[in-house]
Design a binder for this molecule. Structure first.
Ligand code: DOR
Ligand code: ZN
Length: 334
């Protein structure tokens, strides 16, 4: 059995910088035609110059592959219309992090009152710049995403022309909210389609599956699977592949992030085939994102075949999801 995907896209990706960038970027560029690249570097990307220089480093790291890095800027409430107009052509979206909620987000938003955010959001809405959101409060870890939903609703209501992407949704509540507003969309990761909290902490602790938002309950995973498997037009694939070196994961204070980019397409094919919905994978990994963002990625055919993929124990110093295991599908010719 085989499946050819046209221009697969990963609409939420962490590529890091320096040596890590050179390790991980070629792995995404091999399997995908493009990716939305997150801005949470140290320091975060907050100027057009930062974004342009980082894009050059990404292009340098991937070499000849047909792969478009779609760039993002780190949301700051002080961005005004003139600034956004200047940066608009260098980015596809702006990513909003609550302050301190995850890796390198310390400079994020502290005050979610609409008064504080309105000028920037108004300008983004007028200029047609989508807003990507890490939607978690700093409440109890299992409730953080559900608690953030009223904030999504307030923004969605006040700015009906602003495209808002609920990033890496993990709960039934988020799926429900998504359906209530025309201007809300969402990315769904591979790991949240596969795992629940039990896989992370139900037996021996599995640090390589620890991420933010944390994986939730079986009924949440079911709600995510439902909309992903039908390739609902409001959802698209975003891996949130977030590499950390082993020393940061296999440590008393484990960094959040699952590294899934190099196994994402085979693992998705396996999951969609098992669910009997392989024909919907093209929409989930490309067509929906093209419509939501209005982008045309480079033409690239990626052929998947139902032949075993032995997942490496490591890529460089990073342990991937499914390390040492065998997946039922592989990318042909890689
Ligand atoms: O698990 C995560 N890792 N979640 C995030 O939101 C950020 C990411 C990272 O950058 O490591
Ligand atoms: Zn992320």
């Amino acid at each position: 059995m085989e499946l050819t995907l046209t221009s697969p896209l990963d609409m939420h990706l962490h590529l890091r910088d320096g040596e890590m960038l050179r390790t991980v970027a070629p792995l995404s560029a091999r399997d995908f035609a493009g990716a939305l690249v997150m801005p949470n570097l140290v320091p975060p990307l907050t100027t057009p110059e930062d974004v342009r220089a980082y894009k050059e480093r990404i292009l340098d790291a991937i070499g000849e592959e047909a792969f478009t890095p779609y760039m993002t800027l780190f949301f700051l409430p002080e961005y005004d219309y003139d600034f956004l107009q200047e940066v608009k052509d260098d980015i596809l979206a702006i990513k909003l992090y609550p302050a301190g909620i995850t890796t390198n987000s310390e400079g994020g938003v502290e005050n979610f009152s609409l008064d504080a955010l309105a000028p920037t959001l108004e300008a983004m809405s007028e200029l047609g710049i989508p807003l990507c959101v890490h939607g978690e409060t700093n409440g109890f870890v299992m409730d953080r995403e559900a608690e953030f939903i009223p904030i999504y609703e307030r923004i969605a209501k006040r700015f009906p022309n602003l495209t808002i992407i609920m990033e890496h949704i993990t709960t039934k509540e988020a799926v429900d909210a998504l359906m209530r507003f025309e201007n809300l969309y969402a990315t769904i990761t591979l790991h949240h389609l596969y795992i629940t909290l039990d896989d992370v902490a139900g037996g021996l602790l599995r640090p390589h599956l620890f991420c933010k938002p944390i994986a939730k309950r079986p009924e949440d995973r079911m709600a995510l699977r439902k909309v992903a498997f039908m390739a609902h037009e409001k959802v698209m694939f975003g891996s949130d592949s977030a590499p950390h070196p082993r020393s940061k994961k296999e440590a008393p204070g484990c960094a959040a992030g699952v590294f899934s980019a190099p196994i994402a397409l085979p693992a998705l094919a396996q999951l969609f085939e098992e669910a009997g919905v392989l024909e919907n994978l093209q929409k989930f990994v490309s067509d929906n994102a093209q419509k939501i963002y209005g982008i045309t990625p480079p033409a690239k055919e990626v052929k998947l075949i139902k032949e075993p993929m032995a997942v490496p124990e490591r890529y460089g110093d990073v342990v991937p999801m499914f390390a040492g295991q065998t997946l039922a599908w592989s990318v042909d010719g890689v």
